[in-house]
Design a protein around this ligand. Structure first.
Ligand code: ADP
Ligand code: ZN
Length: 718
């Protein structure tokens, strides 16, 4: 007799699923999480949709070892895993690992008590009724306490949890379900119109993408929350993606005020037990609104109705390591596979999304006015050639005068410099030696708190040497250029009585720290904020009157095709922090190139014109988004092997009539974490997929085994 068999995908870098025998009496639905033997090890895996190989003799099959106490992965998630793997060319198991971490697999710990969930249309019985009655009397009881109070077995309580009647909740904390009508805002006519379009897109219960473009402070968040409310009314789930987890605290507060219940969070900073509880709650559908980082796309949503990508232009949405996926693009795919609406929100849409909106592929709605009549900030440049800072300083007198006036008038001010640490470079004044990282093509960044030299790419640290490592001169090592810590020092000298805060990832390590900092700013415990890109995005600081950009030219030096676009977006976001409520806002950009198109765009406030100019630059050469691009990064510990591998790839490159190949050339970091890196770029017209070309190319190429080839589809910097 034929043994029943299933294909199981393992969360490890295998592309194929492995076949196992199903022991008698075991019921396995597709997506079920099981443990299986592989070699001598036991590992978790998910029953996949692949058809098992029936030609394999029974004796070659090992049996499934057991079932995990975890919800089955829904079909929409399984199809998504397959899709992402196919698109990024990562092994399917590596993509599955983004969804299935083994530490999520046990049932949520019982230190979490039970609270009432919203089961939808589930069977009610007398014993279930008794459990719900007992639940109402107790404060988040655990399984045993609840079963005892209701006079039922623990199995009844567990089954009710699986059916969604019960949701885990930290004892003592209130976690009611979000109520779409809890505190609906009074929308302006412009906002109301946008909200109606978004609500309808969700109510349609089918796939569609809307670009929500609105100037900073126009109420994009208020408006997309109406789409979230509609998903809740439809008894579906909603996912809001944020580019930076530091923001999640301010959003949690806002969402809780709107819906009367805190959203479920998903990001790498959660403790394992909270992650586990949230994972299970999402799978059961008990958790209705999730706010998370890009990895939240891989949660096992039971019924996803809308995905919002806030600040959709952010390059932080691109994952660079492991599975190289762009969360904005994959959010659209996730929505399509779930018959859900996708909403991309930004004040400065990516060229990709703008082009999709122009072509009609995406619906496009615009909010042109700031909420409550607040004016957009007045933006001006300070020409550093004409008004240089004092020797050894970085703030021009024009900027310090403006700061002094704002602070003297009781206003709040912000200094923005997108550079962590004290100084980006340490140099010997005697011989010119620069301290670089031993593992990377990068300078070591000087930090003061805590003190030392740090590589921002590999984490290498060393103490600041007392003598020059090259010429031996004593006390000759000098910090060159500013980081935020140095700007904070200069600000302290200029304005010793003002209360200052530094917001950079070195000082603000967790969303809780960020929330505390934001509260201090909103509560006016701070006069002057000094920060990196961490302060650029999404924050709402009502009293902020002046923003000084210390080095507006910084982002333009990158040299890649998207440098201007990214720089314009970042500076526009920073500028958008100013003047959001009652106070008029003013922004001063310190620049050596005040006539650069990026500065002109910001000063004139005409982003559409900038996008047209960018499009005109990129379209003729089929650069993204007018063509497709993939990068092959060849790396090896030995630079000779990296070169040999790169030449082998170049020799096997597809012919020019099939695709354009550029390189090999040193990768943007020719040495990174101790590996030598070369890069080849492949470009095709938009209607030609790169994956089959890449696959054939890699098969032809004779790459030395000591080298590794990483594929990056749609690289963000090129
Ligand atoms: P954006 O996301 O476009 O930058 P926000 O949604 O953060 O804008 O809105 C800016 C500020 O204005 C927030 O404090 C928000 O609560 C407030 N706001 C926007 N629209 C309304 C409204 N209709 N009623 C009340 N407050 C609003
Ligand atoms: Zn390094």
């Amino acid at each position: 007799m034929m043994i029943r068999r299933v294909a199981v995908l393992l969360p490890y870098p295998f592309d194929r699923a492995f076949d196992y025998a199903v022991p008698a009496g075991m019921e396995l639905v597709p997506g079920a999480i099981v443990t299986v033997p592989l070699g001598k090890r036991m590992m978790p895996g998910a029953v996949w949709d692949d058809v098992p190989d029936e030609t394999l003799p029974d004796r070659r099959l090992k049996p499934v070892a057991g079932m995990c106490d975890a919800p089955a992965l829904p079909a929409t998630l399984r199809r998504f895993v397959d899709w992402v793997a196919q698109y990024t060319m990562a092994p399917r198991g590596e993509v599955l690992a983004l969804a299935l971490k083994s530490n999520l697999l046990q049932r949520p710990p019982e230190s979490f008590g039970w609270a009432a969930g919203t089961p939808g249309d589930r069977r009610m019985t007398a014993s279930r009724g008794r459990v719900l009655a007992a639940l109402a009397e107790l404060d988040r009881p655990d399984t045993v306490a609840l079963a005892q109070a209701a006079g039922v077995s623990a199995g009844v309580v567990r089954a009710m949890a699986d059916a969604g009647f019960l949701v885990p909740a930290r004892r003592g904390a209130a976690t009611p379900a979000p109520d779409p009508d809890h505190a609906a805002p009074n929308l302006s006519p412009e906002q109301a119109e946008a909200a109606t379009v978004l609500r309808n897109s969700v109510a349609a219960r089918r796939f569609g993408v809307t670009l929500l473009e609105g100037v900073t402070g126009s109420g994009k968040t208020e408006v997309y929350l109406e789409a979230v409310a509609e998903a809740l009314r439809q008894d579906r789930q909603a996912l809001v993606l944020l580019p930076e987890i530091a923001l999640s605290a301010q959003f949690t507060t806002r969402f809780a005020a709107r819906f009367g219940a805190a959203p479920t969070l998903w990001h790498s900073g959660l403790t394992p037990s909270v992650r586990r509880a949230n994972f299970h709650a999402v799978a059961r559908g008990a958790s209705r609104l999730v706010v998370g980082a890009r990895s939240a796309l891989f949660l096992p949503f039971a019924d996803l109705g809308v995905v919002v990508v806030d600040e959709e232009h952010e390059s932080a949405y691109k994952q660079e390591d492991g599975v190289a996926y762009h969360a904005r693009d994959m959010a659209v795919v996730r929505a399509r596979l779930a018959d859900a609406a996708a909403i991309l929100a930004s004040a400065t849409p990516s060229l990709e999304s703008a082009v999709n909106a122009d072509s009609g592929r995406y619906a496009h709605i615009t909010l042109a006015a700031r909420h409550g009549g607040a004016a957009l900030p007045a933006i001006a440049a300070i020409d550093l050639r004409a008004f240089p800072p004092p020797r050894g300083k970085f703030l021009s007198p024009v900027l310090t005068d403006a700061l002094a006036a704002t602070l003297a008038g009781g206003g709040q001010a912000m200094l923005f410099l997108n550079r962590r640490g004290y100084a980006p470079l340490t140099l010997c004044r005697a011989c010119g030696h620069r301290i670089t990282c031993p593992n990377c093509t990068a300078w070591l960044v000087a930090h003061r708190a805590p003190a030392g030299l740090l590589c921002h790419h590999c984490g290498h640290t060393e103490a600041l040497p007392e003598t020059c490592p090259s010429c031996g001169a004593a006390e000759s090592m000098a910090p060159i250029g500013p980081g935020v810590e140095r700007i904070a020092e200069e600000a302290a000298e200029l304005f010793p009585d003002m209360r200052r805060i530094v917001m950079a990832s070195d000082a603000i390590a967790s969303p809780d720290d960020a929330a505390a900092a934001a509260r201090a700013i909103v509560d006016r415990e701070v006069d002057l904020i000094i920060g990196t890109q961490m302060i650029a995005k999404g924050w709402h600081f009502p009293d902020l009157a002046l923003v000084g950009v210390v080095d507006a030219d910084l982002g333009l030096s990158g040299g890649d095709l998207r440098a201007a676009e990214r720089s314009a977006q970042l500076l526009h976001q920073v500028a958008g922090r100013a003047g959001r409520a009652g106070v008029p806002g003013r922004v001063l950009l310190q620049s050596f190139a005040p006539d650069h198109p990026v500065m002109r765009t910001l000063i004139d406030g005409d982003l559409a014109q900038f996008r047209r100019a960018e499009a005109a630059l990129r379209a003729p050469g089929h650069w993204p988004p007018f063509g497709r691009l993939a990068a092959l990064i060849v790396s090896a510990a030995d630079s000779g092997i990296a070169d040999t591998a790169a030449s082998a790839l170049a020799r096997a490159a597809p012919p020019p009539d099939e695709a354009l190949v550029l390189g090999p050339a040193p990768a943007p970091f020719a040495l990174l974490r101790g590996r030598h890196r070369r890069r080849l770029l492949l470009r095709t017209p938009r209607n030609v997929a790169v994956q089959p070309i890449l696959r054939a190319w890699l098969e032809r190429a004779d790459v030395p085994r000591a080298a590794r080839v990483d594929i990056d589809i749609d690289p963000v910097s090129f």
